[in-house]
Design a protein around this ligand. Structure first.
Ligand code: ACO
Length: 330
């Protein structure tokens, strides 16, 4: 019988060893542990060493996910890497494919900033639901410390580095119960890691552009406003699609950007604190990695159990936002 449903059968995660506390941050910019903790909930973040690459973190997370799904790397049909900070602008997924020895898998990168994991989950599921692929590895990984302006206190205190991964497999019953994805490019200017072009004359009549990427810029207030309004709406939409009510959710796992955003969304949806998963105190905002990192920790801590219903939502640059409702395990 064809397996046109999907199940999420394994998870893994990896973070760099190097920790930067809020206290240490005060040596870089004018800030305090008190300001950062009360405004964001973040206490520390992990930062990749120069010797640690995105593909290394992603491969470690991926190996754990493959092992916990009980399959081999050679069983994988597709590897999707959600990232905005690849080791190589041509893509990093193929390096991960090589490091894993996933010889059969096609591999490519997907960019949707902090929504990357949720966008990737839905993208991966389409290949399974159409019967094209059976075993898909989805990784969310980012090293934002490479792209933060370490002199800008409005942004540098927020971000950290990490990777998380899940394995999705064809299944007779469909465990991805509902989803909704959105983009609004008219608000693109609120959050950017933009290319700064400068004109260069190649020949007297041939001009081209040479440039570099600028550090992250963000209008924090607008992004905050956007998140607390749009995230509850899109979770409601995904729940409607799943034909579920909010009280049927066992766990809420939001993109780990700010504890105040997480609290506000949970409150608006009427989800009690004991169902809300949060680990940003330890890792900061790890962008595409934050949801699978929080998911994997909760699975390994034994919080999330077989058949639990999880509501997840990613939101961020683009602007993009999305929600998915899924049931854990096969
Ligand atoms: N330490 C001390 N003071 C600071 C710091 C800091 N690190 N950063 C800013 N301040 C100061 C400001 O300069 C300002 O001072 P002023 O009043 O004298 O001008 C004051 O604190 C208030 O600044 P605000 O920007 O108004 O602070 P706010 O309460 O809005 O909090 C924050 C800022 C935490 C960034 C919040 O707006 C937020 O979380 N926004 C959402 C960010 C987000 O979720 N991003 C997710 C997407 S990320 C992605 O997609 C890659």
């Amino acid at each position: 019988m064809e397996k046109l449903g999907i199940a999420i059968t394994g998870s893994g995660s990896a973070v760099p060893k190097n920790t930067l506390t809020n206290e240490a941050m005060t040596q870089l910019v004018e800030t305090s542990d008190e300001w950062i903790a009360t405004r964001t909930g973040i206490r520390q973040r992990r930062l990749a060493l120069p010797s640690e690459s995105l593909s290394m973190l992603a491969t470690t997370a991926a190996s754990q996910a493959i092992a916990s799904a009980g399959i081999k790397a050679t069983d994988l049909d597709l590897i999707l890497l959600a990232t905005s900070t690849p080791d190589d602008l041509f893509g990093t997924a193929c390096q991960i494919q090589a490091q894993l020895g996933a010889t059969k898998a096609v591999a490519f990168d997907l960019t949707a900033a902090c929504s990357g994991f949720v966008f990737g989950l839905v993208t991966a599921s389409q290949y399974i639901k159409t019967g094209v692929y059976q075993n898909v590895l989805l990784i969310g990984a980012d090293i934002l410390s490479r792209w933060v302006d370490w002199e800008d206190r409005r942004t540098c205190v927020l971000f950290g580095d990490g990777a998380g991964a899940v394995v999705l497999q064809g299944n007779q019953s469909d465990r991805l119960l509902g989803f909704s994805l959105k983009s609004d490019g008219t608000q693109n200017h609120y959050l950017n890691l933009a290319y700064a072009p400068s004109a260069q004359e190649l020949l007297s009549d041939v001009n081209i552009t040479k440039g570099h990427y600028q550090p992250i810029t963000m209008n924090g207030k607008e992004v905050y406003r956007f998140a607390v309004q749009k995230v509850p709406e899109i979770i409601d939409k995904a729940l409607f699609q799943a034909n579920l009510t909010v009280d049927q959710i066992d766990w809420l796992i939001l993109h780990q950007a700010n504890q105040r955003i997480i609290d506000s969304v949970a409150q608006r949806l009427n989800i009690p604190e004991n169902k809300v998963i949060s680990n940003l105190a330890n890792y900061g905002n790890t962008s595409a990695a934050s949801i699978p990192l929080a998911l994997d920790e909760a699975v390994r801590q034994g919080k999330i159990k077989q058949n639990d219903i999880i509501a997840t939502s990613g939101f961020g640059a683009g602007l993009t936002w999305g929600a998915a409702i899924f049931q854990w395990g096969r």
